[in-house]
Ligand binder design. Structure first.
Ligand code: NAP
Ligand code: ZN
Length: 351
């Protein structure tokens, strides 16, 4: 075991602060990574503040961070895919049982025994729960380590590990591409990656935002149209016209208003995970035979596929790079939808 620098929350109401955390020495299948950048996902904030307590309680101290990019410093004796010096990533998952039907289908994200990068039981016993990427170093089973394409900017690549795969996976399932009209609801970290990817897939992309000042950015990021979602006249113009809508909103909002914009047999997928339950009118689905689904990140093979796609198309997140000392300010700004469009922590600031 060794100690590494980190930032943790001591309780749901305390600001994140500097600390030391234990990491295990790499075992035979482990990769030890020096973390260079870590994106700030809204899930980090939900967890640090125990906003999802009705589904999963946060154990404190909590070290969030699951959009990790770094450099391999050491590998275990059985590791074959990576060597010291490689540029790698770690997303939301660090383990799964690797034997259940989900894992056999490369859907480790759906494994009932999946271990998230933070706030999951630590089966190695290094600490009560796993600690995430707001730290200098992490040790991860090589199966859950991803390769970062060499051409990508590292600060901008970090958010691909969660925001990228979470938007890529449902759009691949929905066959988003040329001839499809796709809506992206909420232009935050996930939403702006959804826009970039849907545009790269060749779809007609419409952004729904509550922030009028984000309209120009939405077009620059690849949207074909922008709708201010609190203007009913603008919403009405799109009634019954979408093949697919991806809802990336982090707070309570009216999903029925979006469901009514789907064509018959259209699908809306929720990736945003608001703290409180959403209200669904049965008629929003019955009329038009529409479906509503959810999606959770993606499997490891699909995450690598997404990273390779981003490498080929030179897609990264638009990031504001911050020192870790600005973490609490970044959380405040994220809670006010004021991020353009992802914070990426420069981990050199933790040294
Ligand atoms: P984010 O950067 O904070 O973006 C959320 C966006 O939602 C905001 O920028 C804002 O967009 C919109 N929004 C916020 N409050 C709103 C409100 N009251 N009404 C309407 N719109 C509102 O968050 P993120 O990191 O993209 O994460 C989004 C959600 O996805 C979070 O709940 C997060 O936990 C969840 N998530 C889920 C998965 C998964 O696997 N399913 C993975 C990662 C994250 P506008 O300013 O454009 O309106
Ligand atoms: Zn995330």
């Amino acid at each position: 075991m060794y100690q590494t620098k980190a930032y943790s929350a001591a309780s749901a109401t305390s600001p994140l602060a500097s600390t030391l955390i234990p990491r295990r020495e790499p075992t035979a299948r482990d990769v030890q990574i020096e973390i260079l950048f870590c994106g700030i996902c809204h899930s980090d904030l939900h967890t640090a503040r125990n906003e999802w307590s009705s589904v999963m309680q946060t154990t404190y101290p909590c070290v969030p961070g699951h959009e990790i990019v770094g450099r391999v410093v050491k590998v275990g004796s059985e590791v074959t895919k990576y060597k010291a010096g490689d540029t790698v990533g770690v997303g939301c998952l660090v383990d799964s049982d690797q034997s259940c039907p989900c894992c056999q289908e490369n859907l480790e994200n759906l494994c009932a025994n999946g271990i998230f990068t933070y706030n999951s039981p630590d089966k190695h016993g290094t600490a009560p729960v796993t600690y995430g990427g707001y730290s200098s170093s992490i040790v991860v089973d090589e199966h859950f380590v991803l390769r970062i394409p060499a051409n990508l900017d590292l600060a901008g690549a970090a958010p691909l590990l969660c925001a990228g795969i979470t938007t890529y996976s449902p759009m691949m399932r929905a066959k988003v591409g040329p001839g499809k009209k796709v809506g992206i609801v909420g232009l935050g970290g996930l939403g702006h990656m959804g826009v970039k990817l849907a545009d790269a897939f060749g779809a007609h992309v419409v952004v729904f935002t509550t922030s009028p000042h984000k309209q120009d950015d939405a077009l620059r990021l690849g949207a074909d149209e922008v709708v201010l979602s609190d203007h009913p006249d603008q919403m009405q113009k799109h009634a019954g016209s979408f093949d697919f809508i991806l809802d990336c909103v982090s707070a309570e909002h009216d999903i029925n208003a979006y469901l009514s914009l789907l064509k018959h047999d259209g699908n809306m997928t929720l990736v945003g995970a608001p703290e409180k339950p959403l209200t669904l009118s049965a008629f929003s689905l019955i009329f038009g035979r529409r479906t509503l689904s959810g999606s959770l990140i993606g499997g490891i093979a699909e995450t690598q596929e997404m990273l390779d796609f981003c490498g080929q198309h030179n897609i990264t997140s638009d990031v504001e790079v911050i020192p870790i000392q600005s973490l609490n300010e970044a959380y405040e700004r994220m809670s006010k939808s004021d991020v353009k469009y992802r914070f990426s922590i420069d981990m050199a600031s933790l040294k």
